[in-house]
Design a protein around this ligand. Structure first.
Ligand code: FE2
Ligand code: FE2
Length: 179
């Protein structure tokens, strides 16, 4: 019985690979809208940088009894958001884009907001809201990009799972410190 093959023959694969070799990892089988993916990743990059700065500010601003463990948590989250920013920036470059690190307009490009203080409970709440915004925007990006750029989708899924952990931790902290 003959099997129907949907795979490209080797000669065509080799010919395609030789075309536009300056595009590196981006081959003709990349079917996502590359410019749109880069734009979305740059918004995510701005969001991660804004979150890293907000958490860092809160790390130093956290005052009061029981603040030490929470301040340490804010710093840990800040470092993880910075690591996400690095991952996203590297992918933008792989896709042939320019990662947007300019502080000009950073908070306008970011989905999540920057806030710089208040009570410990205010900080926890602000961070939880920002995480929930990030979770929703990553989930939408994953659905939009899907299998058309599986490397980007895989990266975003990894980041999303960390944001969910962050939100879960903050929800627990808020319960302990609200009221
Ligand atoms: Fe993050
Ligand atoms: Fe996070």
């Amino acid at each position: 019985m003959n099997t129907i093959t949907v795979l490209t023959d080797v000669a065509t694969l080799r010919a395609n690979a030789r075309e536009n070799i300056d595009q590196g990892a981006i081959t003709p089988s990349y079917t996502a809208d590359r410019e749109e993916v880069i734009k979305l990743l740059n918004e995510a990059l701005a969001t991660e940088l804004t979150c890293a700065l907000r958490y860092r500010c809160h790390h130093f601003m956290a005052r009061g009894i029981n603040s030490r463990s929470i301040a340490a948590e804010f710093l840990a989250h800040s470092n993880e958001e910075l690591a996400h920013a690095d991952q996203i920036a590297a992918r933008i470059v792989q896709l042939g884009g320019d990662p947007g690190f300019s502080p000009d307009g950073l908070t306008a490009r970011s989905h999540a907001e920057y806030t710089d203080g208040g009570t410990l409970a205010d900080m926890i709440r602000d961070n939880l809201i920002a995480e929930r915004i990030a979770i929703d925007s990553y989930r939408e990006m994953i659905q939009y990009i899907g299998d058309k750029d599986s490397t980007t989708t895989l990266m975003l899924k990894g980041i999303l799972s960390v944001e969910e952990e962050h939100a879960d931790e903050l929800a627990d902290l808020l319960q302990d410190h609200a009221g």
